[in-house]
Design a protein. Structure first.
Lengths: 491, 300
């Protein structure tokens, strides 16, 4: 009994244990449900999985199932980011305990009962518990906003090398606070239309209504919600990585106000999509996205500069090769910001390119091609966020030496191969016709499947290792039980 | 050096993926026994429309049992060229369209009165050939659905015979009948029900040219050289209402220049073959995966 109690305490009562559980939940969900779509579907694996798990897959309910599936995964990601925040930032222990407990119960109920409802018959009690789980996560978000209140003197920043006001208010904490606050408000933009559409059982996927000239306010709210939630998750992980790497100095002082400004304006723009301001909402969104991206760029410049300086300190006149070697020496510290840069090729840059050439692309392509680009675009952004979390997680579990190199470079290379493949797949109509595309599609699919498959295998190895570790009397979990992420901030 | 070997293999593999596709690779010839000149009678009355089963009504009408074939389209072009209904301009066949009302809605484009592209002649995927005098179907493709045809080309074909493109309501009723089925033949989809992405039909080779069209009415329960199909007709006896080619529909919606397509195609996953799934494109769009069929009113 003590054996179980100790493990349970680690898994559900320590930051590192909670993160491990959430990653494991996502890994299991991804492994099983990933087999329901291509290329597993074509290979016949989907049918086997459906029969094996006795899934109930009515054709008319596909969109509803998908919505619950990605909400389930997203809630676990939100929980991971929350654990990281409560462990990295100062806050009252009551808040930390309450937030972690509530969000854990929330996301686990959301995942289990949501997926139970969506894929295993429609038990409406399950649906109720799923909604209850989402409500708990919302409540945990409200508590997090309160806990992050930056204008209490106890949270003032005494060190002048960080961004702060004259009085000492910690601007980085304001950035965390504003991101958390706008996340809670933006959640409502999904919750309200979700209740509205759910009441009539008429779900829809945003990418299927994108070309309709007349959309209802509720449809606009859903479109805004999905965009802003993903953007906010990305902004939050940028702040988390910045905190872990101990972002400071002049670039920190410029970056943090930009991040706050960007987050608020971006949110106002997206909320505006569901209001009479809709015609100018996109301009507001671009205005907000720019400072946010500049802020992330400043983090990248600062962190790469630091990695290079630290790695070449022993050299009097380091050459380009020495600098490059120093930069990529530790993939877990280099990787998160590299992935942010890579995101510009697969997501942001692509989005801007498409917007600039709107008349030659979206106005000419059939809706299905646009749908591929849209869904590929946010799948790529989600995957990048996931890899950044996994890179940080590699450091959290203390990977060292060759294992650290293999794990870090594995995540970077496998994911970047897959994402490059996805990007080329999305854009293929620019350089190949439908009739002639198959060999290219095959090549890209192999690259995507290889990248994602290898990434999942890497994750599976880590998960199995951590599972075995739990059975050890003096495993890593014993040490991790007491550790907090704030103690591991880079010096 | 050893480190670079896997990268070299990977890059070589990707480069070989870019080899050109033989668009005229040999194609199996099968007679399906389904008559492309046949029409099905659809009764007036209510039916379930869309994913959420809204109740809608249509008058009685007739709809083609199959998609328009390349042979039928070639015959039409010859007749229409002689009548001056279409004209050949360089590598294009053009025809008159009276234009759409323009409402100035965001992203809406003007579709003005004038000559519009019916079909391109210079695209290697085009199965209609023109020798300077006469149009003909590429041998082997006579009983395949007409593809590489714009919405104007589909609209012009139906209009020439005093018929019209089906509205989305007409199309869906003809595909679905009076119940709430997701596919024309019933509740579930198997590979032998229709031509969709990686459905492993005899016309497909995913290593090279990928998916190709199947002859109209191919999925009728017959066996072709050992390949067994399931009878996948709709409740009213229509074939290929799910898969093979997307089908242009006739609605012109206010504030939108896009035209809608139904039915999914050889290039889409099974989810796009669900009866209510919609696709749309600008009316000048043409593709090897887009065709059409016509509707006529009972008093036409």
């Amino acid at each position: 009994m003590q054996f179980i109690k100790d493990r349970f305490n680690y898994l559900f009562n320590s930051t590192k244990g909670l993160i491990l559980v959430a990653i494991a939940m996502i890994a299991v969900t991804t492994a099983i449900w990933g087999m329901l779509s291509g290329p597993m579907a074509e290979m016949g694996v989907r049918e086997v999985v459906i029969k094996l798990f006795n899934m109930d897959m009515l054709q008319a309910e596909r969109e509803g199932r998908i919505i619950i599936l990605y909400h389930s995964i997203a809630m676990a990601v939100v929980a991971i980011e929350t654990y990281m925040i409560t462990s990295l930032l100062k806050m009252k222990s009551f808040f930390k305990t309450a937030i972690n407990a509530i969000i854990t119960v929330g996301y686990i109920l959301t995942m289990i009962f949501g997926m139970g409802f969506a894929y295993f018959g429609h038990n409406w009690a399950f649906h109720g518990v799923y909604i209850f789980g989402l409500s708990l996560i919302f409540f945990a978000g409200v508590l997090l906003v309160i806990a992050l209140w930056p204008w209490s003197k106890e949270y003032y920043q005494p060190d002048n090398s960080y961004s702060r006001t004259k009085k000492g208010v910690d601007i980085e904490r304001v950035a965390f606070f504003s991101t958390a606050l706008t996340t809670v408000i933006s959640a409502l933009f999904g919750a309200i239309p979700g209740s509205f559409f759910g009441n009539g059982f008429e779900v829809f996927l945003a990418e299927n209504v994108i070309r309709f000239p007349h959309k209802t306010t509720m449809q606009y709210a859903v479109i805004g919600h999905l965009h802003i939630m993903l953007a906010l998750i990305a902004i939050m992980i940028t702040l988390i990585i910045g905190r872990w790497l101990n972002f400071k100095g002049i670039l920190h002082k410029i970056s943090m106000p930009l991040m706050i400004l960007g987050t608020i304006v971006l949110n106002l723009g997206v909320w505006g999509v569901a209001t009479p301001l809709q015609p100018i909402a996109h301009q507001v969104i671009y205005t907000g996205a720019t400072p946010s991206m500049v802020a992330a760029l400043l983090l990248l410049i600062w962190s790469w500069n630091k990695l290079i300086k630290n790695g070449t300190r022993h050299l009097e006149k380091p050459k380009f090769g020495d600098k490059l070697k120093a930069l990529i020496k530790d993939p877990l510290k280099f990787g998160p910001t590299w992935q942010m840069l890579f995101m510009n090729f697969t997501t942001s840059g692509l989005g801007i390119f498409m917007a600039v050439r709107l008349d030659e692309i979206f106005r000419v392509w059939p809706a299905r091609e646009e749908r591929i680009e849209l869904t590929g675009h946010w799948h790529a952004l989600s995957a990048i966020i996931a890899t950044i979390i996994l890179l940080y997680y590699g450091n959290i579990i203390g990977l060292k030496g060759k294992v650290r190199q293999l794990y870090g470079w594995g995540i970077i290379l496998f994911s970047d191969i897959a994402l490059a493949g996805v990007t080329a797949f999305e854009m293929k109509r620019l350089f190949i016709t439908e009739a002639e595309q198959q060999p290219l599609v095959n090549g890209l699919m192999y690259a995507i499947d290889f990248g994602l498959g290898a990434l999942l295998i890497l994750l599976a190895i880590v998960m199995v290792w951590r599972l075995i570790d739990l059975f050890k009397k003096k495993g890593k979990w014993i040490i991790e039980k007491e550790q907090e992420l704030s103690e591991e901030v880079v010096e | 050096m050893k480190k670079f070997i896997p990268i070299l293999i990977f890059v070589t593999f990707l480069l070989t993926s870019c080899k050109p596709v033989d668009l005229n690779a040999p194609i199996p010839a099968f007679e399906t026994g389904v008559n492309p000149d046949a029409w099905a009678q659809i009764p007036a009355g209510e039916f379930y429309f869309g994913q959420h089963n809204d109740i809608q009504t249509t008058d009685a009408y007739e709809i083609m049992v199959t998609d328009v074939t390349t042979a039928q389209y070639a015959a039409f072009l010859n007749q229409a060229l002689a009548d001056g209904y279409v004209k050949v301009d360089g590598d294009q066949v053009l025809g008159y369209y009276p234009g759409d009302d323009f409402h100035g809605v965001k992203h809406e484009e003007i579709i003005a009165e004038g000559d519009w592209l019916f079909i391109p002649l210079n695209d290697p995927a085009q199965r209609i050939k023109f020798d300077g005098e006469e149009f003909s179907s590429q041998p082997g493709y006579e009983n395949h659905p007409m593809t590489m045809v714009t919405w104007f080309g589909a609209w012009g074909y139906c209009g020439y015979f005093d018929e019209h493109l089906p509205s989305e309501l007409e199309w869906e009723k003809a595909a679905r009948g009076s119940d709430t089925r997701p596919f024309p033949w019933g509740e579930e989809i198997k590979r032998e029900n229709g031509n969709f992405y990686s459905s492993r039909d005899p016309f497909e080779d995913m290593r090279t040219f990928g998916s190709r069209t199947t002859p109209v009415g191919f999925y009728n329960g017959k066996t072709y050289d050992g390949y067994i199909t399931l009878d996948s007709s709709s409740p009213y006896g229509l074939y290929d209402m799910a898969g093979n080619v997307w089908q242009w529909t006739g609605n012109v919606y206010e504030g939108m220049h896009y035209r809608f397509m139904r039915g999914g195609s050889k290039d889409t996953y099974d989810m796009d073959l669900r009866i209510w799934t919609r696709n749309n494109a600008t009316p000048t769009y043409f593709s090897p995966g887009v065709g059409f069929r016509c509707v006529r009113n009972n008093n036409d």
